[in-house]
Ligand binder design. Structure first.
Ligand code: 5GP
Ligand code: MG
Length: 179
């Protein structure tokens, strides 16, 4: 693992290692299993950013579950564009069942704030949120995660699924924008 990496015009420094991520996912998986064992929850993975986290998370869950993917879009470059579009939408497969939404990061909270009513519209029995990251200092909408791997300061990060202009998603560790 490298301590620094350049993506396009920006320099990023290592922030959370793959070992720390793996250990934390095991902890989260333990909590989720304790809450959902024998309930066969449905995981809704928010593409593209949450794909890497979601794959590691569901592999750590020793229980029956189903999974589907949605694609929402609001970010361009380093800042949110402030409106959210649904590009790949929801099916009806989880009516009456518990849902866990899997996100890469809750920044302002806008994405999930707009998306949650769409999920409730399908009449799941419950809706919870598992997110790889939260930025408490950036939160502007009333959205709270039930499972958070890491809280970070209000700075831009890449790696482990998160991108900078679509690059860097494949980095196995998390990097933060250098000063
Ligand atoms: P929100 O709607 O909560 O403001 O933003 C959520 C989305 O913005 C995340 O799902 C993610 O795609 C993107 N985002 C927010 N902060 C960051 C960041 O620091 N790095 C990257 N790569 N994406 C971010
Ligand atoms: Mg996202």
């Amino acid at each position: 693992m490298v301590r620094e990496t350049n993506i396009a015009d920006k320099k990023f420094v290592l922030h959370i290692s793959r070992e720390q991520i793996a250990a934390r996912i095991e902890e989260l998986a333990g909590s989720i299993c304790a809450q959902y064992k024998d309930k066969t929850p449905h995981f809704i993975v928010v593409l593209n950013g949450a794909a890497v986290f979601a794959v590691d998370l569901i592999k750590a869950l020793e229980m029956q579950l189903t999974v589907s993917f949605v694609r929402l879009s609001s970010y361009h470059g380093l800042a949110s564009s402030g409106h959210v579009k649904t590009i790949i939408g929801l099916d009806d497969s989880f009516v009456g069942r518990p849902v866990i939404i899997v996100e890469d990061i809750i920044d302002t909270g806008k994405t999930l704030y707009d998306f949650l009513p769409e999920v409730w519209d399908k009449n799941p029995s419950s809706v919870n949120i598992a997110t790889f990251l939260t930025k408490p200092g950036a939160l502007k909408y009333a959205v709270a995660a039930d499972y958070t791997a890491f809280e970070i300061e209000n700075k831009f990060v890449v790696g482990y699924g998160l991108d900078y202009n679509e690059l860097g998603r494949n980095l196995p560790d998390l990097y933060m924008l250098a000063e």
